[in-house]
Design a protein around this ligand. Sequence first.
Ligand code: PMP
Length: 419
Amino acid sequence: QTTPTPDVFETHESQVRSYSRQWPAVFDTAQGSWITDEDGKRYLDFFAGAGALNYGHNNPVLKQALVDYILRDGITHGLDMSTVAKRDFLTTFTEKILEPRGLDYKVQFPGPTGTNTVEAALKLARKVTGRSSVINFTNAFHGMTLGALSVTGNSMKRAGAGIPLVHATPMPFDNYFGGATDDFQWMERVLDDSGSGINRPAAVIVETIQGEGGVNVARAEWLQALAELLKRRDILLIVDDVQMGVGRTGQFFSFEEAGIVPDIVTLSKSIGGYGMPMALTLIRPDLDVWGPGEHNGTFRGNNPAFVTSAAAIDHYWSDDAFEKEILAKGERIRTAFTELADRFDGVSTRGRGMVHGLVFADGDLAGKVTSLAYDKGLLAETSGPSDEVVKLLPPLTISEADLDHGLSILREATETVCS
Ligand code: PMP
């Protein structure tokens, strides 16, 4: 079978350019870690909606909760009304996620997407502090609207958007200089030096692991030093957990491992559980200075997503069994990728929990690997500044047999491309 050339494939001629040219199939149904195209061909899904399907496609537990809710005519759209589904979600989220972790946050529903929660976080930080600029990091990705794009560190994605709407100063992410430079000495110096030209920022926004940026993992001690530095200067710490939250790294929140407590946390993608749009902005209680109606929107409380989210939390996060399962499967990925990195020059790996990157010398090689993998029935995407990283985000619920099957496809593809 020959793969159509990527540029000619779209779902329909009316569609603007999109991801679909990467995977020239029209997909139809999906179950667990498998997705099926309209011709009946099955693919193992190691992309999982870019991290929006941590519990897999059509997870039976969540499907049942959703079907029950729809059959009893539960409210699907209620704008900003109080609803039973919303109250149940908030109770479950508080009791099963926040309280056991000793976290105290007010919960805002900022709109349906990751970008929406980033916008809310930036706006709130500016309102609380009365300062307007923000520090972001090299290779960061925070979304596509003008505010979120202003703190995204990818020139290609920013090109064409015009002058950034939020004044953002990029600082080097952990290991940007290959560990050779003390990043924080530099940051402290420029923050404290009135001659540096850097405005005192309202906040710093950071991903603990940069997903779109190429699976760049910040060390726990780097995050701890960052949190400490900001606390001393009364600058807010926003952790963007849109992609790495909801269990991807092993714990529910990706920052738990470092033991830091951000002032604001953004969550989206898998928080709804069933792949339906939902986002949360978690706000340190004393920073909740929103006035009524100051930040709202028509789709900011997705009731069916509240139902599936609460069902997922009840089912997967009532004890620590799921965390252990994620870490054990993550270890399988790490072992398989380390073996490839040891065998092939110019290939390396990085990651934590169930997010791992296989890093190639350039985007061409990584693209060949994902394209070969696609032909063998595996979906995986590339990330990084030149798409040189094959990024793995399998559903956290994947069976060990399916995980091993997908890893063997990637092994074969890497052997073909690198031998
Ligand atoms: N923040 C991070 C860390 C992300 O990975 C993404 C999406 N890839 C976003 C924000 C934006 O989320 P969305 O695509 O839902 O707007």
